[in-house]
Design a protein around this ligand. Structure first.
Ligand code: HEC
Ligand code: HEC
Length: 345
C-alpha cells in the first residue's frame, strides 16, 4: 500500500516542472510542489505513532466534540443510524484483556462495529483527523482529535471518564484496544514474513451462484457531499476513468435547470438543510419530496411546517430529531410554502 507520505512524494515528482531530471519524462505537467504543499499532504500517523502531533484531549472535551460535530450522523452513543455502520458496541472487558473481539466469531451477533475491528489506535486518530466530520474534513484541531478519539474509546468502555489521551500515553492505550491482536497478514496481501514466497489469491473465479435476486441500496453518497473533493469531471486522475462524474451538481431534482435558481431551493442550500434532507432521498431527515407529498395542499400546513422548521421537530419521521433552524420567519414560511405547493421551481 502507498502511504500518504509516498503519495506526497509521487505528487511532488509528478508536479515538478522542468527542474528535476525525473520529471522531464512528463513535460508540461504541473510544477514542483512547495515544501508547504508537501507538508499539508504529509499527515499520516503510523502504528508506531510516527507522524502523531504532540498534544492531548480529554474524554470530557471529546463528548462536546462528539455531540456537536459527530452525533448527527453516528448517533449519540456511536450506535449510528441506518446509513452509517456503528462505531461503538460489541466489545467486552474480556476483549480488552485478550486483545481479540470475541464476537467477530459469533455469527449470531448482528454487526461489526469499528471498535470490534480496529487493531491500531493510530488508525482511528488518523482517520478522524483526515476525514471527519465528513462534511468538513481536516477542520478539527489536534486537541479535538485526541479528545474525540478518547471519547469513542470511553463509549466503548476502554477508557475511564476522567482520561486525557495524549501523545505520551497513546502507546499504553494501544495495549487496551479490544481487537489489537486481531490483525493478520497471513492472507499475503500485505508484505511481510507471513507473505514470503506466497501470492494472494488472485486466481479465484467469480462465483455467480445463489446471487441476490434484487439489489437493495443500503447507503449512498448524499448530494451535499458529492463535491467534497472538487469536481471530478475537471480532474485528471491516475486511476479509474480519466475524467470522473460532474460532482459539482447533485444527482437529484435540484440539478434540474431552473430548480437550483428557485429561491426556496437556494435557501435550503444556504441554511444547509440539504446536509440532512435530500431533495428526493432521505439522508438524516426525510427527503423534501416525502415531506412535500405528505403535506401537499393540506390546510394550515404552511404555518405548521414553518413553525417546525424554526422550532425543530421530533418523532414525526423516526427517531432522529431535527434541531431548531436559525432563519427568519419569512424564510421559514417561504420554505414551508414551497414544500406544501409541491416543490415547484
Ligand atoms: C455528515 C455525516 C458525518 C458526520 C457529521 C461525521 N461522520 Fe464519521 N463517517 C461518516 C461516513 C459517511 C463515514 C464512512 C465513510 C467511508 O466509508 O468512506 C464515516 C466514518 C467514520 C469513521 C470510520 C468508521 C469505520 O469503521 O470505517 C469514524 C471513526 C468516524 N466516522 C468518526 C467521526 C467523528 C469523530 C466525527 C465528528 C468529529 C464524525 N465522524 C462526523 C459520516 C459522518
Ligand atoms: C441536522 C439535520 C437537519 C437539518 C440541518 C435540517 N433538518 Fe429538517 N428534519 C431533520 C429530521 C431528522 C427531521 C425529522 C424529525 C421528526 O421526525 O419529527 C426533519 C424534519 C423536517 C420537516 C418535517 C417536519 C414535520 O413535522 O413533518 C421539515 C419541513 C424540515 N425538516 C425542513 C427543514 C428545513 C427547511 C431545514 C433548513 C432550514 C432543515 N429541515 C434542516 C433533520 C434536519
Amino acid at each position: 500500500m502507498f502511504s500518504c507520505r509516498d503519495l506526497a512524494l509521487v505528487f511532488a515528482l509528478l508536479a515538478a516542472g522542468a527542474a528535476a531530471a525525473q520529471t522531464e519524462r512528463f513535460p508540461g505537467v504541473g510544477r514542483t510542489a512547495t515544501a508547504k504543499e508537501v507538508a499539508a499532504w504529509d499527515i499520516d500517523v503510523r502504528p508506531d505513532f510516527k507522524g502523531l502531533p504532540a498534544g492531548s484531549g480529554s474524554v470530557a472535551k471529546g463528548m462536546e466534540v462528539w455531540e456537536g460535530k459527530c452525533a448527527s450522523c453516528h448517533g449519540v452513543f456511536g450506535e449510528s443510524n441506518e446509513f452509517f455502520s456503528p462505531i461503538v458496541g460489541g466489545t467486552t472487558k474480556d476483549d480488552i484483556r485478550t486483545g481479540r473481539a470475541a464476537r467477530l466469531n459469533d455469527p449470531s451477533f448482528p454487526g461489526r462495529t469499528t471498535l470490534m475491528k480496529l487493531s491500531t489506535v493510530s488508525t482511528l486518530w488518523d482517520y478522524i483527523n483526515r476525514a471527519m466530520p465528513w462534511t468538513q474534513p481536516k477542520s478539527l484541531s489536534s486537541e479535538e482529535v485526541y479528545a474525540v478519539t478518547a471519547y469513542i474509546l470511553n463509549l466503548g468502555g476502554v477508557l475511564p471518564d476522567s482520561f486525557v489521551l495524549s501523545d505520551k500515553n497513546i502507546a499504553e492505550v494501544q495495549q487496551m484496544l479490544p481487537n489489537r491482536n486481531g490483525m493478520t497478514t497471513d492472507h499475503a496481501l500485505w508484505p511481510g514474513a507471513a507473505a514470503a514466497g506466497r501470492k494472494p489469491d488472485v486466481m479465484a473465479s467469480a462465483c455467480m451462484k445463489d446471487c441476490a435476486k434484487e439489489v437493495a441500496l443500503a447507503s449512498f453518497l448524499p448530494d451535499f457531499a458529492r463535491d467534497a473533493h472538487g469536481n471530478l469531471a475537471e480532474q485528471n486522475r491516475a486511476v479509474g476513468a480519466q475524467k470522473g462524474a460532474d460532482t459539482s451538481k447533485p444527482t437529484t431534482a435540484a440539478a434540474a435547470p431552473g430548480a437550483a435558481a428557485a429561491s426556496a431551493a437556494a435557501l435550503a442550500q444556504k441554511y444547509t438543510c440539504v446536509a440532512c434532507h435530500g431533495m428526493e432521498n432521505k439522508i438524516v431527515g426525510p427527503g423534501f419530496r416525502e415531506v412535500s407529498n405528505k403535506y401537499a395542499g393540506a390546510a394550515d400546513a404552511t404555518a405548521y411546517l414553518a413553525g417546525k422548521i424554526k422550532a425543530g421537530s421530533a418523532g414525526v419521521w423516526g427517531n432522529v430529531p431535527m434541531p431548531p433552524q436559525q432563519l427568519s420567519e419569512a424564510e421559514a414560511r417561504l420554505l414551508a410554502q414551497w414544500l406544501v405547493q409541491g416543490m415547484k421551481p
